[in-house]
Design a binder for this molecule. Sequence first.
Ligand code: PAF
Length: 286
Amino acid sequence: MMKPAVHKTVADLRLAAAGWRKAGERVALVPTMGALHAGHISLVRLARQLARRVVVSIFVNPTQFAPNEDFSKYPRVFERDLELLASAGADAVFHPEPAEMYPAGFCTGVSLAGPAAVGLEDKFRPTHFQGVATIVAKLLLQALPDVAIFGQKDYQQLAVIRRMAADLDIPVEIVGAPTLREADGLAMSSRNAYLDARQRKFAGNLHQAMQWAAERIADGEPIDVAVRESAASISASGFLIDYLEARDAATLAPVEPTRRHGLRLLAAARMGTTRLIDNIDIPTKG
Ligand code: PAF
C-alpha cells in the first residue's frame, strides 16, 4: 500500500500532472475538504475506473464559509485522510496552504446565476457558491484533469459546477457520483460527526421522510401535499427545515404541483447546530 505523493504547491501539482499527461495517462481529480468518509472513498474508486491517475485535493476552502459557519471547527484529520487515500489507491494528494490558493492581493471570483440562484442553498448561504465555484475553477485549471468527480449529495453544487465548467470552456468532464448512505438512510457527510448520539438516532428520519414523499409524488399525489406532510414528519423528528422542495432535476427551477417527470426532491434541515442536506430522485412512473 503506497502512500500517495503529497503536493503542497500548484507548481508541484502541475509538474506531476504534466508528467502523466505526457505519458498519455488520463487524470482524474476528486476535490474534497478532507475529513474523508466512505462517500469520498467511493468517489476515489470511481475516479480510478475513469482514469489511470487520481489526484485528490484536500483544502478547507475559507471563501465558501460565511462568518457564522463552521470553518474553524471543520474537522481536519490529514494523516488519517492520507491513510484512507493510500488504501483507496489515490496517486497524489494536493494539500495547499490557504496562502497558496489565495495569495496576497487575490481579488477575482466567478460570478454565477442559473442553478446558483434558485432559492435553495443560495438562499440560506448567499456567498457559498461563489466560493465553491472560484476554488473549483482554480483546482480544475491547476490540475487540468480529464475528468473531475463530485458527489450528488451536494446536488446544487454539482449543477453549479457543471454549468461553470461548460460556460468557461474548462476542458474537463464533470461526473456526479451517487450518494452513499448509512443503514438508516442518513447521507454520509463529514458534518455528521457533529451530531450527538441522540441527534444521530433521529437524523435518518430526514431521508426516510423524503423517500416517503418521493414515492407519494411518483404515485400521483400533488407535490405540495406530499411535501407538506413529509415536512411535518421531519420537524417532528427534531429538525428545523430550511427547505424541502421538489424541483426540476436539471435546472433546479420551481415546478407546478402536478408535474410528474424530471423531478428532484431537495432538503436542508438543522438538527441542533448541525445543518444537513440531502436530495433524491423522484421516479417517473407509468
Ligand atoms: O464538496 C466539497 O467538499 C467542496 O465544496 C469542494 C467541491 C471540495 C470545494 O471546496
